[in-house]
Design a protein around this ligand. Structure first.
Ligand code: SAH
Ligand code: MG
Length: 197
């Protein structure tokens, strides 16, 4: 992997205010992926490919990432970035709305990373639970959304996003079959696993 190209991609994304994974969140995910050595990762929300490229380093030698992005321009840029870094053989991009694409997938994944429309998190969770392998973590980025989720925030603007993120947190913490850790790294990261008996 070309680390110099990766750094350029990161700096360009930051300068354009594209919400790429934050460094402290990435550190946590890196550790997890080091332990798991996944064969298959599903990512919802590619943006310009930064997180997928970072994750690809931890795949098994023949491992693959499926990642979904609805914005056509971002998909185009992600493809160029993935090529530049030299990991095209490890990352497959589905272009389109994850709400439509997810139900058409029938794979099993070692890790699912949710990082797209906050208002759709409960739906993404349902699909992730359907496709996650036993013991695999489902990661949800931005789960604390600037602190709005755990506060009494109720402004109109982000109300739907906040309501749906709260619903996600409620489900993963109250469902007796799911075990969840919520970390205050970056914009909040939820790590959930289906309990095994
Ligand atoms: N994971 C990336 C950042 C993703 S930002 C990284 O860390 O590098 C979130 C992305 O999700 C945006 O590019 C947005 O266009 C995309 N997105 C939002 N809702 C979506 C949906 N319903 N289906 C597919 N992509 C979506
Ligand atoms: Mg994010």
């Amino acid at each position: 992997m070309n680390k110099q190209e990766l750094e350029k991609i990161k700096q360009k994304a930051l300068s354009e205010h594209i919400p790429i994974i934050m460094d402290d969140t990435l550190e946590v995910v890196d550790k997890l992926l080091t332990e798991i050595r996944p064969a298959r990762i599903l990512e919802i929300g590619t943006a310009v490919g930064y997180s997928a490229i970072c994750f690809s380093e931890y795949l098994q030698s023949d491992g693959k990432i499926d990642t979904i992005e609805r914005d056509e321009e971002r998909v185009a840029e992600a493809k160029i970035n993935i090529e530049k870094v030299g990991v095209s053989d490890k990352i497959n991009i589905y272009q389109g709305d994850a709400v439509e694409i997810l139900p058409s997938l029938n794979e099993k994944y070692d890790v699912v990373f949710i990082d797209a429309a906050k208002g759709k998190y409960p739906f993404f969770l349902k699909e992730a639970l359907r496709m996650i392998k036993p013991n695999g973590p489902i990661l949800a980025d931005n789960i604390l959304y600037k602190g709005y989720v755990m506060s009494d925030y109720n402004k109109h603007k982000q109300r739907t996003a906040v309501r749906n993120l709260r619903e996600y947190v409620k489900e993963v913490t109250e469902n007796p079959n799911i075990e969840t850790e919520i970390l205050e790294v970056g914009d909040g990261l939820a790590i959930s696993k289906i309990k095994t008996v």
